[in-house]
Design a protein. Structure first.
Length: 160
């Protein structure tokens, strides 16, 4: 039987990520990703590589604030990979709308320490935010993320 994987201490890194976001320090955010890491925001294409990830975060931090990340579970998937799940919250837009959701991070151990290989999140809707039943309207058609909708990475409203 293989020995149990040692649990990495990623809580400080999760805190550093939120702090960098809230300072709008996109260089620090990008440095936390693997060279070919990826971000999978809701409703947008997968964004891969540090340069593209940097462009995404630069666009995002201008319209969102007060990011919070709370870990709910951490599971080592091998000696150099761990999966972390939790809750995400932020204020969005000029009206400072509170949004909450869930996230999943895949961490990978590199020569420089733990880095984010993949990040994905989505919104958790409360009962009064639920979608209208089919045929009752209230929905909106999905549009591709284009310059007409806020650039190559879409609008921050798509973050949830």
């Amino acid at each position: 039987m293989a020995p149990a994987e040692e649990m990495p201490d990623l809580e400080p890194l999760l805190g550093q990520f939120a702090e960098a976001f809230n300072r709008k320090d996109t260089d620090a955010l990008v440095a936390m990703f693997a060279e070919q890491g990826s971000v999978m925001p809701p409703g947008l294409r997968t964004i891969t590589g540090r340069e593209s990830i940097g462009n995404f975060w630069r666009s995002t931090v201008e319209r969102a604030s007060e990011l919070s990340l709370t870990s709910r579970s951490l599971k080592p998937l091998g000696p150099d990979v761990a999966r972390q799940q939790g809750r995400i919250g932020m204020k969005l837009g000029e009206g400072a709308q509170d949004l909450t959701g869930k996230f999943l991070l895949l961490w990978e151990k590199s020569a420089d320490g733990w880095v984010i290989e993949s990040m994905i999140w989505n919104r958790v809707r409360t009962p009064n935010q639920g979608r209208a039943r089919q045929g009752q309207g209230g929905g909106r058609a999905r549009q591709p993320a284009t310059a007409a909708r806020g650039g190559a990475y879409g609008q921050v409203s798509n973050l949830y």
